[in-house]
Design a binder for this molecule. Structure first.
Ligand code: DAH
Length: 359
């Protein structure tokens, strides 16, 4: 029997054509009736989805004998494309309308209080200690000077009297960037920058981030320092000691003893390390019993200092016969660890909220 005259093919073809025709008429009004993008998607799924109406029509095709399928299949596919492009254009219309509604609606009031009390952030222990130290020096009349963290070796080493073979200038101890530049290994570079740009007298502090190739329980490759320096006529070691005594009292409490131990730094002469009375074993009567943290000496080292070396003055264009001055530098992590009894410097940088919430 001829395939064209096969009643089954004809019946199925008629059935499919009728179904396609009614779907063609219905789909656009249905899409247009959808009020939201989600409603539109749902409607689209009812037609094109796995169990959708057009999919059902497509399944009828399987019942037609092979020779009739191609023509019917083309009709089904043509409608499918119409439905798809109808869906896309309705969707973009809807989005446009939603956006317009959003833009013309009254704006959100960002000043309204939150329904749930938000967790308020707080300062990092290093920031707390930095602000305290800065405040003490400001009370004493020091201004704040800032400078770059990538520094020319001249300002970080040479002008400060570091001999070329000093270990700090070695690749193993400092981070060198492009040639002749280092991530500054201390804030003492600020002394050089200030003295080269400002005529004495001057009294500055310089808080900042510094970098060294050190990494253990008490050293981090990145840490923070505060430098302080004062240049004027007739500045003596007594002025330095006076400032240190004031600093120790204001930061660690009245009566905190200070002692200087001779030490070497290339940019000062004489140079000293400064100890303060141990904050951990201090008794109510002001004496110190000695503890493991101060190695039973009653004193703890907090900073380095000294009288600015004549060579440093000369390197910065200041006459050492006319002017004198002192400088000191301290590590903020160390101060914060002493202050709060933190045993490992890594805790300062892990940013564990359980640690930070304690300050
Ligand atoms: N720059 C020294 C360091 O990083 C600290 C220091 C020592 C600074 C003595 C000074 C000073 O100004 O006089 O270890």
């Amino acid at each position: 029997m001829d395939a064209v005259s096969d009643p089954t093919v004809e019946t199925i073809e008629l059935e499919i054509t009728a179904a396609l025709a009614s779907l063609r008429e219905a789909f656009l009004p249905r899409f247009r009736a959808a009020a939201t993008a989600q409603a539109l998607r749902d409607e689209n799924a009812k037609i094109l989805g796995k169990k959708g109406e057009l999919t059902a029509i497509l399944k009828l095709l399987g019942k037609a004998p092979p020779e009739g399928r191609k023509a019917i299949g083309e009709k089904v596919n043509a409608l499918k494309q119409e439905v798809e492009s109808g869906f896309e254009s309705c969707l973009s219309n809807l989005r446009l309308r939603e956006r317009e509604a959003e833009l013309s609606a009254p704006p959100f009031d960002l000043t309204l209080p939150a329904r749930v009390p938000a967790q308020v952030g707080h300062k990092h222990p290093i920031s707390i200690v930095r602000e305290e130290v800065v405040a003490v020096f400001r009370q004493l009349g020091f201004a704040v000077f800032d400078g770059p963290e990538v520094e020319h070796e001249g300002n970080n080493f040479t002008a400060l009297g570091f001999p070329p073979d000093h270990p700090a200038t070695d690749m193993q101890d400092s981070f060198w960037t492009q040639s002749n530049h280092v991530l500054r290994t201390h804030t003492s570079n600020i002394q050089v920058r200030a003295m080269k740009s400002i005529a004495p007298p001057m009294a500055f502090i310089a808080p900042g981030t510094v970098y060294r190739r050190d990494d253990d329980a008490t050293h981090s490759p990145m840490f923070h320092q505060i430098e302080a320096f004062l240049v004027d006529k007739d500045v003596t070691l007594a002025h330095l000691k006076g400032v240190l005594a004031e600093f120790a009292e204001r930061l660690f409490g009245p009566g905190t003893p200070v002692r200087l131990r001779p030490s070497y730094f290339p940019f000062v002469e004489p140079g000293a390390e400064v100890d303060i009375g141990c904050v951990f074993c201090k008794q109510p009567n002001g004496t110190r019993a000695g503890c493991s943290l101060c190695k039973h000496t009653g004193f703890i080292e907090v900073l380095g200092c000294g009288m600015i070396h004549p060579v440093v003055f000369e390197n910065c264009g200041i006459d050492p016969e006319v002017f004198s001055g002192f400088a000191l530098g301290m590590g903020l992590e160390r101060l914060a660890m002493l202050r709060y009894g933190v045993p490992n410097i890594k805790l300062m940088f892990d940013n564990d909220p359980r640690f930070l919430a304690q300050f």
